[in-house]
Design a protein around this ligand. Structure first.
Ligand SMILES: Cc1cc2nc3c(=O)[nH]c(=O)nc-3n(C[C@H](O)[C@H](O)[C@H](O)COP(=O)(O)OP(=O)(O)OC[C@H]3O[C@@H](n4cnc5c(N)ncnc54)[C@H](O)[C@@H]3O)c2cc1C
Length: 382
């Protein structure tokens, strides 16, 4: 197993880092305050080809491996967590499932658009169905060459910017167990009956929009069903395996930014006649932050590497996401503490990192759900 990056990977990442630190980071505070990503930043991401990072070259993408992709997400998250999740959702749980489960006609129809930067979103969660995703209620009734969709989706990341929604709906209300009755659809933005609801006001990750979406007699052609009827839950779960590598990388990026800020601050802030780094209690915090962070990066990279090898990675992706998200919460907490009262002020970036990190323990499966996934894999002997 080689977890190092090649010269080509390093060169590509260097470009992404320059873009992230030069263009995104200086505007991250404003994006947080205004709760949106400026259109020109998204255009620049398009020009760099980032929306096609993992889309194969045959469909207009860069065809990058998962290790490189995860490192890109980490770089973006260091600058702005909201931007990193836009790309992570688009890549891992909207475009990637099309590659895995779409037919050739669907891949040719949608992937070049997605690679060019028409954004994809993921619609699984509903008002009464979160961790228990198999209980979702949105219905998809077959009517000739269409399905007619009715229901409500919540917490859709990138929902207001998206052109495509990978959406799970129930095609067979009688099917038992419940997950066998779910199918996946690629719903295009302009489809009549797809209505954007309110944008949520959030604690963190504010640059990323989180939308409610209503489906009211929304007619989706059978040609837009991804996979067979009844395999939608499997598609969602497989997509989330990949998504968790992205969320893990995001958490690592946020924690990395927080550690750097804390280190820089501790070098200049003086108390008792010395900079904070002089005190062993502060050194000890910094050492532990760095150690936990490095461990979480390795778990993310290992899961990405396994995926690139075509080997099973469900347990490793869940472990990477669980660990990286809890480490990010802890590291950002310590970084704020090292800043003392100033860390509590909006003027300092650690305040934002602290808020942004929290959601990584919640979305794409809560920490409790990751532990269930890991335990189930262990019990199955995987
Ligand atoms: C900012 C943000 C963006 C999001 N983006 C998307 C998106 O793009 N697409 C999408 O589909 N969803 C999205 N989500 C939804 C997210 O995936 C859900 O919030 C998450 O899966 C948890 O579901 P819930 O909020 O309904 O919590 P619940 O499922 O109600 O859980 C509440 C608590 O109970 C615990 N719990 C539940 N069941 C069990 C159990 N069996 N054992 C132990 N503990 C349990 C949970 O871990 C949690 O702590 C987003 C959420 C947020 C906050």
């Amino acid at each position: 197993m080689n977890l190092g990056l090649s010269d080509d990977q390093e060169m590509l990442l260097h470009g992404v880092r320059e873009f992230a630190q030069g263009e995104i980071a200086p505007r991250a505070r404003a994006m947080d305050a205004e709760a949106q990503i400026p259109a020109e930043i998204i255009d620049q991401m398009r020009e760099l080809g980032l929306f096609g990072a993992q889309v194969p070259e045959a469909y207009g993408g860069l065809g990058l491996d998962t290790v490189t992709y995860a490192a890109i997400i980490e770089e973006l998250a260091r600058a702005c967590a909201g931007i990193s999740i836009l790309l992570s959702v688009h890549s891992s749980v909207a475009a990637h499932p099309l590659m895995l489960f779409g037919n050739e006609e669907q891949r040719r129809r949608f992937l070049p658009h997605m690679a060019a930067g028409e954004i994809g979103a993921f619609c699984l969660s509903e008002p009464e169905s979160g961790s228990d995703a198999a209980s979702l209620k949105t219905s998809a009734r077959r009517d000739g060459d269409d399905y007619v969709l009715n229901g409500t989706k919540v917490f859709v990341s990138g929902g207001s910017l998206a052109s495509f929604y990978l959406l799970m709906a129930r095609t067979d209300p009688q099917a038992r167990p419940l997950h066998r009755g779910i199918s996946a659809f690629l719903v295009e933005r302009e489809t009549a009956g797809l209505i954007l609801g309110r944008k949520e006001e959030k604690m963190g990750l504010r640059a990323s929009d989180t939308m409610e979406i209503f489906l009211e007699d929304c007619r989706v052609p059978v040609a837009n069903r991804i996979g067979e009827e009844g395999v939608g839950f499997k598609i969602a779960m497989k997509s989330l395996d990949s998504g968790r590598i992205g969320v893990g990388a995001q958490a690592v990026g946020i924690a990395q930014a927080a550690l750097q800020e804390a280190l820089a601050y501790a070098k200049v802030r003086q108390q008792f006649g010395h900079p904070l780094v002089h005190f062993q209690a502060i050194q000890s915090k910094l050492a532990e932050m760095s150690t936990r962070l490095e461990g979480s990066r390795l778990l993310v990279r290992h899961a990405a590497w396994l995926k690139d090898q075509g080997r099973p990675f469900t347990r490793q992706a869940a472990m990477a996401k669980l660990n990286a998200s809890e480490v990010a919460t802890w590291v950002t907490h310590q970084a704020l503490q090292i800043h003392g009262g100033y860390g509590y002020m909006k003027e300092y970036a650690v305040e934002r990192y602290y808020r942004d990190a929290r959601v990584t323990e919640i979305y794409e499966g809560t920490s409790e759900m990751q532990r269930l996934v890991i335990a189930r894999c262990l019990l199955r002997g995987e």
